[in-house]
Design a protein around this ligand. Structure first.
Ligand SMILES: Cc1cc2nc3c(=O)[nH]c(=O)nc-3n(C[C@H](O)[C@H](O)[C@H](O)COP(=O)(O)O)c2cc1C
Length: 376
């Protein structure tokens, strides 16, 4: 139930007083990655496939995904034979009717998995199964013995989506080259370039249009974990911290907001205002294209995205996927031409240098919820 402005101010000042006296409570409020290792399913999986293979799955689970829906499921047929599927309940039919973003998220998950597997000394054979983005079974993996490849796995835990605190200076070409590894399919548009200006404006307008779509807001409301209790229960979706609603506003929404508020005018308006604020601080845009629209090509794009994302922190570069231009007509139809791209764009990433790179805040489901053991 919405509360009056007066009540809000009273409760708000109580909160400031309380947190002023007990600043440590902010920390208790959040959810740390350390506790994820104690999560349900981790120990049980070690008993079945051993610690190294369990760790590979655990590292993979920190991949980014649209709405943090974590659409992946790994079926363990034997310690070395795994199937990656997507779970229909974690698709986003309103913003992602073609399952394009789902496949990109699966690609990021696969990249984390392969990176961790190589660091533990495994090779990974990948067979692509999916013909359509709606096939439940997407990939078959086989772990083989391989060369141990040095990789700072901490990167997989520290990577996070950043939405605020970007400096407005352009990305240095050397940094762009370092984080993309000079792989193909990456374009950079610096601030005030015609393409960046178009992306800035189109993103605001696409958001303005999207928040008016009730079905989209309803879908979003199912993925927002307003209270700490819900965050702990579901361990997926978006928390206020995950949406960058922090401080007093964060405390307020955690305590007084529920699913129906997402349908209200205030929330819709505040969303567009937040996007405008985000766009106002930007070091430009990185756009990632795929070779084609096939499921295999889109999964591969998700892998390239994650490879780049994992390297960005070392260069103090924040990465913010902003997908609404690709989700809303007419911008989705215009993007390729306006950005002068030869291939289809799959990721629009607002990027920028950061003063500091804060700790991740997004939730992850337990290994028990994203794996099923079917060893015969
Ligand atoms: C395909 C894809 C699309 C995304 N689109 C958006 C977006 O439009 N806006 C946004 O704020 N974050 C977007 N994200 C970031 C996710 O919200 C984020 O990865 C998720 O909440 C988990 O948080 P983390 O990246 O900090 O681990 C997207 C991520 C992926 C993989």
């Amino acid at each position: 139930m919405p509360i009056s402005r007066r009540k809000f101010l009273v409760r708000g000042s109580q909160c400031v007083l309380m947190f002023g006296m007990l600043p440590g409570l902010w920390a208790c409020d959040g959810h740390t990655r350390k506790e994820e290792i104690e999560n349900a399913g981790y120990k049980a999986l070690i008993a079945t496939i051993g610690r190294e293979r369990t760790d590979i799955l655990w590292y993979a689970s920190f991949a980014p995904s649209s709405h943090n829906a974590q659409p992946w499921m790994v079926t363990i047929k034997s310690p070395d034979k795994w199937i990656i599927s997507s779970v229909e309940e974690r698709w986003l039919p309103e913003v992602d009717p073609e399952n394009r973003e789902m496949l990109l998220s699966i690609g990021a998950f696969l990249e984390n998995m392969v990176t961790a597997a190589k660091a533990y000394g495994f090779g990974v054979k990948i067979r692509r199964n999916a013909v359509s983005a709606f096939d439940p079974e997407l990939l078959r993996l086989e772990l083989t013995s391989g060369e141990r490849q040095e990789y700072p796995l901490q990167r997989l835990l520290e990577r996070r989506t950043l939405r605020t605190g970007f400096k407005s200076e352009a990305i240095d070409p050397q940094d762009f080259s370092a984080i993309t590894g000079d792989e193909k399919g990456f374009s950079y548009y610096q601030p005030l370039s015609p393409e960046a200006v178009w992306l800035d404006e189109a993103t605001i307008e696409a958001n303005r249009q999207q928040v008016e779509r009730d079905n989209v807001q309803q879908e979003l409301s199912r993925w927002i974990r307003w209270s700490n209790a819900d965050a702990k229960k579901y361990r997926n979706g978006l928390t206020p911290e995950g949406m960058d609603i922090t401080g007093l506003a964060g405390w307020y929404v955690k305590n007084f907001y529920g699913p129906s508020d997402v349908m209200g005018k205030d929330f819709r308006r505040a969303t567009v205002e937040r996007v405008k604020q985000q766009i106002s601080e930007s070091g430009g845009w990185i756009v990632i294209t795929s070779e084609s629209g096939s499921p295999a090509s889109i999964i591969e794009t998700g892998r390239r995205f994650e490879r780049m994302f994992l390297k960005a922190k070392d260069r103090s570069i924040g990465v913010h996927p902003m997908s609404q231009v690709l989700e809303e007509v007419p911008w989705s139809e215009e993007a390729r031409k306006k950005l002068v791209l030869q291939k289809p764009p799959q990721f629009l990433l607002r990027v920028g240098y950061l003063r500091d790179y804060p700790l991740p805040v997004s939730l992850r489901m337990s290994l028990g919820e994203i794996t099923e053991v079917k060893v015969r």
